[in-house]
Design a protein around this ligand. Structure first.
Ligand SMILES: Cc1cc2nc3c(=O)[nH]c(=O)nc-3n(C[C@H](O)[C@H](O)[C@H](O)COP(=O)(O)OP(=O)(O)OC[C@H]3O[C@@H](n4cnc5c(N)ncnc54)[C@H](O)[C@@H]3O)c2cc1C
Length: 396
């Protein structure tokens, strides 16, 4: 006798199943990060919009082991896998501050990964270990006033002088630039060699000639600090070179893949958070004698958003799984980043609309999510650059 049809076909609209990339350990990590973020960070979201978040957030996260989740224990890390970083990025959205989440992600998933992968043992001891402990804050300097998308077009250059390099140039839009103790700096070491003439340097931010110029004013991400930096005859020792001489372009392209995936995971989680907040609002808010969520048009908006969020999440997770297993799927990472950023912008826009006038008011937090999310279609590679990478991967 077969199984009764009713047992097989019972629909389940609310199944909550852990995605296959995560384990029970990730669940426990998620719970503990969630508790920390909601208790210690979220209550300050409004205040830090005005003041930017304090450096003590790094100290505290270092104490809790959250700045080195996937780094080896010998450097003070937790020895976890790449998915732990995804969990961190996802849970940081509950701080209700895109700027805070970004400042931390720049440190954990943008500036320190090249130190871990390409650094010498001495560089790891000097920069990675205190960064994981939350004692030294890092930033990443790629973008310049005259070159953003076109990384090979940068002008900042390092010239060898005996046992030293002399660095001149400027970097802009640098997250953590005002608070950072060191920068992973992208500079030209051979102006004639194109992509092969770029190298990475580890530069202490208190060296003579490093000038932290303007604190830049922005549309969103107000809790983060964004700097215009100048480098005037900055002398660094020969061993400040990070990775191979002339391979900096390829090193930074590798770094960008991890950065884009983490950013994409954050986008999906932020979209989900706005969705959840708005769902509660739509159930409570009454108009014309019913909750606004019961209008078919609103119901369909939620259905559209949920579908896009879920599709974006699956693409991010599957691509992260490939990346964590040693593949280098640039096309899919670009797709995941492009799609997640668009979904986050579309969803927060729709959520703001569903809130009506309340969505435009600061106290509901949706306008902040809307402003914060907009960066994701620009930072870490614009939509247009992602489309170009994807298009070129087909030989076009
Ligand atoms: C808040 C914030 C924080 C940031 N943090 C950092 C950081 O910490 N470190 C860092 O190095 N950078 C950082 N950035 C810089 C960011 O990565 C760049 O802004 C981004 O890469 C785009 O470069 P750009 O601004 O120079 O734009 P541009 O490259 O000048 O692009 C302008 C427009 O032209 C389009 N375009 C350019 N080239 C092409 C092409 N080939 N095909 C089609 N369209 C094209 C772009 O898509 C865009 O629409 C940050 C930016 C912001 C706004």
């Amino acid at each position: 006798m077969g199984t009764p049809a009713a047992d097989v076909l019972k629909p389940d609209f609310a199944a909550s199943r852990r995605h296959f990339i995560f384990t029970e350990e990730h669940d426990r990590l998620r719970e503990s990060i969630h508790a920390f973020v909601t208790k210690e960070l979220a209550p300050h979201a409004e205040e830090w919009e005005e003041t930017t978040f304090p450096d003590s957030v790094f100290t505290r996260m270092g104490e809790l082991g959250l700045l080195g989740l996937s780094y080896p224990e010998e450097y003070g890390g937790q020895g976890g896998d790449y998915f732990c970083n995804l969990v961190l990025a996802e849970e940081m959205v509950h701080s209700k501050s895109g700027g805070l989440a970004m400042g931390v992600a720049v440190h954990t998933d943008m500036a320190t990964p090249p130190v871990h992968l390409f650094g010498t043992e001495e560089q790891k001891q000097r920069y990675l270990v205190p960064a994981i402990a939350g004692e030294r804050i890092s930033c990443l300097g790629i973008t310049e006033p005259d070159a953003g998308s076109d990384v090979a077009g940068i002008r900042t250059h390092a010239v060898r002088d005996g046992d030293e390099w002399v660095i001149n140039g400027a970097k802009t839009y640098i997250t953590n630039g005002h608070r950072a103790d060191f920068i992973v700096l992208v500079a030209k070491t051979d102006r004639e060699a194109g992509h092969d003439g770029i190298s990475l340097f580890l530069v202490d931010m208190d060296l003579p000639g490093v000038i932290r110029e303007k604190r830049l004013e922005k549309l969103g991400m107000h809790a983060s600090d964004t700097a215009l930096l100048a480098f005037q005859d900055v002398r660094v020792p020969a061993d400040a070179l990070l990775g191979e001489l002339g391979k900096g372009f390829y090193h930074i392209m590798w770094e960008l893949q991890g950065e884009r995936l983490i950013g994409a995971a954050g986008c999906v989680a932020a979209a989900q958070r706005s969705f959840d907040v708005t769902l509660r609002y739509a159930i409570e808010r009454q108009a014309f004698g019913r909750s606004i969520g019961r209008f078919q048009v609103t119901r369909h908006k939620f259905a559209e958003m949920a579908t896009h969020i879920e599709a974006a999440r699956q693409l991010v997770y599957t691509t992260a799984w490939r990346f964590a297993n040693g593949e280098y799927p640039v096309r899919e990472i670009s797709m995941a980043k492009l799609n997640a950023a668009r979904v986050a912008c579309d969803v927060t826009d729709e959520c703001l609309q569903i809130h009506g006038g309340a969505g435009y008011m600061k106290e509901f937090g949706i306008e902040r999510a809307w402003r914060d999310m907009r960066l994701n279609r620009i930072g870490a590679g614009t939509d247009e650059i992602m489309l170009d990478v994807i298009g070129r991967s087909y030989g076009l």
